[in-house]
Design a protein around this ligand. Sequence first.
Ligand code: SAH
Length: 395
Amino acid sequence: MTKTLILKHGREKALQGKHPWIYSNAVVRVNGNPQPGETVLVRTEEGKALGWAAYSPLSQIRARMWNWDVDEVVDEAFLRRRLQRAIELRVRLGLNGAGQGARLVHAESDGLPGLIVDRYADVLVMQILSVGVEVWREQLTDWLMELTGAHSLYERSDVEVRRLEGLQERKGLLRGENVRRVVLEEHGLRYGVDVEGGQKTGFYLDQRENRRRVGQLAAGRRVLNCFCYTGGFSLAALAGGAEQVLSVDSSAEALRLAQENLALNNGLDASRATWLEGDVFTVLRQLRDEGQQFDLVILDPPKFAPTAVQAARAARGYKDINWLGFRLLRPGGLLATFSCSGGISPEFFQKIVADAAADANVAARVVAYLHADADHPVALSFPEGEYLKGLICAI
Ligand code: SAH
């Protein structure tokens, strides 16, 4: 017998707009005792079949849609096709070159809710965030190796959100050789990635194109790169001809890697780079008190608001660093500022930055609106997929 999930009367609207999530409060009944991760047929209360979803009994997101075609069975062939389709998109975008980095699977937006796959040269890193994907873990691992020809595959499912799905954190090498450190190329620069211990899956691929754009604006400028991690924007700025780059991060390990990354690039002048371990909120105040000034300030903080619940507190954090960022700019300077908080909309972010500029008493103009690079697609039916937004402001 087919296991089914029945929606409350009138709660099919979002689903018909192809939004992939079914919240627990939209469910009236579940028949057939499906196990966590099992595929269920979704029906309206009137009995109309809407598609297939992965059941997640513990999560507020009680089910995630696999498809809206009732006749298309969710089996191994189906999931393998979805993976293939995701990888082919990156190939079509010209973002899957040998030796480079690319996000091959971007979860909901690639029709694979809860699955992230990043490729760093010939090493894959997989992150599983939903029980619906968890039950296919073995097969997915095999297909990924087969479809990409990768040498190794790591799992980096060491993230707390898994608990919401009743899953333990987990990480480690699943296939191939232990490489730990892999070097990739990005716009002519080489970056080492720590796939085992680095943040997220090791590197912030979403900022690839933005690093290039901001780097191009750095020529002859004095640059301050806040939240520099392993030196992404710092190296891009040096390559762009920056006169000086001061980079700040609270992680000593990230700064160590950043300096290693700089050393990987012979063409860059290490004497122009300074690395500072510290809390950006404090460091910005110190720099202000010392009367320091910069021509280009970059702010790429971690997510202050993963969901809308934390938005108000997060907004205060964003406003604070942006206000200080504006204050540290010389006349004619540029601020490249980002938010990767899913809980902060692009409009709200712009409002926060506008308030910060007003408080800093500068007339700022937006000269570029930035987003995650193209290998992080956003399904039109899933606006939540658009988490990264950035502004370049000129004063
Ligand atoms: N721009 C980077 C990614 C930044 S990730 C890139 O292109 O690769 C955010 C970074 O902020 C992390 O390295 C983290 O260690 C650092 N961080 C988090 N809170 C911080 C704080 N209060 N002060 C300084 N660094 C912080």
